[in-house]
Design a protein around this ligand. Structure first.
Ligand code: SF4
Length: 367
């Protein structure tokens, strides 16, 4: 077996077939003494039909099924809670093998239906308006756990055969868990499985500059959303405190050199906090910062939540901010809040009782 397959398959633990890319699965099947093409059948069962174990993979030879039953498993995050908002948004609390819990959200907007997926348990970025940031980072998710959320939600919602979009905007900073996130996107994109086009995936980041540059060389390039939230270094340090290492100038330079497909643009996320970053001068400065970048701005009025020391600006203030950007020829939209009544909205994802570590300390260790 190749090195990457050996890394993914431990000799003492049943192999998790749902955490292997197709090529790794082919190596694994071959290592069991079977023909590589059976891996394609297994991959289809897992990713197209949502199989939760190998017992029902009826087109596999009996002896391969027996071997898989002894030496392999199909691990899936387990749904422990499902809450439905009055607007149709559904929040899923999922339990992982080690007992940790994460949240994933289904947003049923038409024409596109969207799964909002987590990439870490907690988050080290510590954004001041975000409950997930208050948890600190407990651990990275594996590629199987990231892609597994999609499989579980699609199965639960009977959407395995229905087109949907994915946003990596749940718990965690995807570029802080780079390798597993990219592996998950490759697993989801494989045409033998879900065949999810990268055009249907949006990766949201606070702007970890070296990782943005790395992302720009990926063969499978998702749409990019960059969370700015501020127009001065001091504001940014207060709102996204753990990313002081990268100035706004450095982040926007990385965006300027990011290779965009024809007709595509970078989305700049900007959470509006009353009296902090919502003034007319902030809007004018934001327009100046973005000048010359193929981008659009998504304004996110804060979802005021107990424990978060900010308020939502008034509707007049939000309109004024959007109008100033539009007058400066910046494409702008205001995000409609979804799932606020079930705490599934942006910045509200948290699973209580999982401990807490200091985000700043973790980021300093990690970068
Ligand atoms: S907003 Fe995103 S990056 Fe910031 S702390 Fe929350 S999950 Fe992390």
């Amino acid at each position: 077996m190749r090195r990457d397959t050996l890394d993914a398959v431990s000799p003492n633990v049943p192999a998790d077939l749902a955490s292997l890319e197709l090529a790794q699965l082919e190596d694994f099947v071959e290592s069991l003494g079977h023909r590589r093409f059976h891996a394609r059948q297994i991959y289809r069962w897992i990713w197209q039909k949502g199989a939760a174990d190998t017992a029902g993979m009826t087109d596999l030879p009996r002896d391969l099924r027996d071997t898989l039953a002894a030496q392999a498993a199909v691990r899936s995050p387990r749904v422990v809670r499902r809450d439905r908002s009055e607007d149709g948004t559904e929040k899923f609390v999922l339990r992982l093998q080690d007992g940790r819990q994460i949240e994933s959200v289904f947003i049923p907007d038409t024409p596109s239906q969207t799964f909002c997926i987590s990439t870490q348990v907690g988050c080290a970025m510590g954004c001041a308006f975000c409950l997930t940031g208050q948890m600190g980072l407990l651990r990275n998710l594996t590629a199987g756990e990231i892609a597994g959320q999609v499989r579980v939600l699609a199965r639960e919602l009977d959407m395995l055969q229905v087109p949907f979009n994915i946003v990596l905007m749940g718990m965690g900073e995807p570029l802080h868990n780079y390798d597993e996130t990219m592996k998950a996107l490759r697993m989801l994109a494989d045409p033998i499985g879900l065949g999810l086009s990268p055009r249907r995936v949006t990766l949201s980041t606070v702007g970890l500059v070296p990782m943005l540059d790395r992302l720009s060389a990926e063969p499978l390039m998702p749409n990019l959303a960059v969370s700015l939230h501020a127009t001065t270094e001091a504001q940014r340090a207060a709102i996204v405190p753990t990313t002081r290492k990268y100035s706004l100038h450095d982040i926007l330079d990385a965006c300027r050199r990011f290779p965009l497909a024809k007709r595509s643009r970078i989305t700049f996320e900007y959470v509006l906090l009353q009296g902090v970053n919502d003034r007319a001068e902030d809007a004018r400065r934001l327009a100046r910062l973005l000048s010359g970048i193929k981008g659009k701005v998504n304004l996110i009025p804060l979802n005021a939540t107990p424990g978060i020391p900010f308020d939502r600006p008034s509707d007049e203030r939000i309109d004024q901010f959007a109008r100033i950007l539009a007058e400066k020829s910046i494409a702008v939209s205001v995000r409609k809040s979804r799932g606020r009544d079930i705490r599934a909205a942006c910045g509200q994802l948290i699973v209580e009782g999982q401990g807490r570590r200091s985000p700043a300390q973790q980021l300093a260790e990690a970068l």
